[in-house]
Design a protein around this ligand. Structure first.
Ligand code: MG
Length: 377
């Protein structure tokens, strides 16, 4: 099988309401939809969800980098040769950065491979380690009363895991977490994510000590991404586990975190690692070091979310998951993918990862058409 063409659609996905965190305020979801065609008629789909504040990628940089560099290097190649394609991007193109562009195109290769073999993605990366993922809802910087109303509604629908965005003034963070705990009930699992917002170790420690009183499972990215010494200092001065997200962009950064003793957990996202192959390498480093992994996401549509969920299902070391559904209140209004299913079992909301070949996601073309955007200048 040979790759004959690569197409990228640039989209802005409408959101029900802005999602505000320490490092950004999103009112639409940037999305590069990638399609890879082959001479045998099989088409693979992938999604890049560029998050500028994480990796420097933008909606248009993804399109440009794919069109000018990544796609010409794959056309004519066998889509199964994913390791060799990565090696070409690194050693022949000397590609620096642009992980979301690489991830979007590489995701389409995995989808193609699964479709060609007739197997779901999780079977290509280790097979099932667990049967389903418990739904997680991420909550932005709303007023505490608003958070309480949202959480109360979702609790009634079976959501038992909430991720609260913090990294604001520590007292404000505490008010939000207290409101979520009150509305979610004592049995709910609550995690917090500062997205670098506390910046330095002393502020982070003061904030975490306030939040620990409300029963939190772990804290993500308490300090700025490039200060592993600060993360290590925080880790040594609080009881709760420390997860690093922005700091862990690929295998090299993962190794640096291990050497520093900076954290207990890695948050792995395909848009940071530059794709699935590197995510597997990050997980291998983590597992060898006794560090657990949570597959996160950047707020992708069902296409990109599905890739993360397949990995979360397959990797035994991925003991936590960040399984958001795209249509949750505050989420995407017109999801461009179809195939993820939510099911309530024993009063708990679960996400069923599709077992159709590849990502198991079908594109909703009318939602692609209505959200396509032209370059502004
Ligand atoms: Mg995070």
């Amino acid at each position: 099988m040979k790759i004959t063409a690569v197409h990228v659609d640039t989209l802005e996905l409408a959101m029900e309401e802005p999602f505000v965190i320490a490092s950004s305020a999103l009112s639409t979801g940037p999305c590069d939809l990638v399609r890879v065609e082959t001479d045998e008629g099989v088409v693979g789909i992938g999604e890049a969800c560029p998050a500028y504040e994480f990796t420097g990628d933008t909606l248009w940089s993804v399109q440009d980098v794919i069109a000018e560099y990544l796609a010409p290097a794959v056309v004519g190649r066998d889509p199964f040769d994913i390791e060799a394609i990565h090696r070409c991007w690194e050693r022949e193109l000397f590609m620096v950065g642009n992980p979301a562009a690489r991830a979007g195109l590489e995701m389409a290769l995995w989808d193609l491979k699964g479709k060609a073999l007739g197997r779901p993605l999780y079977d290509l990366v280790g097979g099932r380690s667990r049967t389903a993922l418990q739904e997680v809802v991420a909550l932005g910087w709303d007023e505490p009363a608003v958070l309480a109303t949202k959480v109360g509604g979702m609790r009634a629908e079976g959501v038992r895991i909430f991720k609260v965005k913090v990294g604001d003034a520590p007292e404000r963070d505490e008010q939000r977490v207290a409101a979520v705990r009150e509305a979610a009930g004592p049995e709910a699992l609550i995690t917090v994510d500062a997205n670098q917002g506390w910046w330095d170790a002393k502020t982070a420690i003061r904030a975490i000590r306030l939040l620990e009183q409300h029963g939190i499972e772990f804290v993500e990215q308490p300090v700025r991404m490039d200060d592993l010494g600060a993360a290590r200092f925080v880790r040594g001065h609080v009881d709760v586990a420390i997860a690093l997200d922005e700091s862990v962009r690929g295998p090299r950064e993962a190794l640096a975190c291990v050497k520093t003793g900076a954290c207990d957990m890695f948050v792995v996202k395909l848009m940071k690692t530059g794709g699935i192959l590197n995510a597997l390498k990050v997980n291998a480093i983590a597992e060898a070091a006794g560090i657990t992994v949570m597959m996160g996401n950047m707020g992708e549509s069902s296409i990109g979310l599905s890739a993360h969920f397949h990995l979360n299902l397959a990797l035994a070391n991925a003991v936590h998951c960040d399984a958001d559904l795209p249509g949750r209140p505050g989420g995407l209004m017109h999801d461009i993918g179809r195939g993820l299913r939510q099911e309530v079992g024993d009063g708990i909301s679960w996400i069923d990862v599709p077992d159709a070949p590849g990502l198991g996601i079908e594109i909703v073309e009318e939602h692609v058409e209505r959200q396509r955007v032209a370059r502004r200048w």
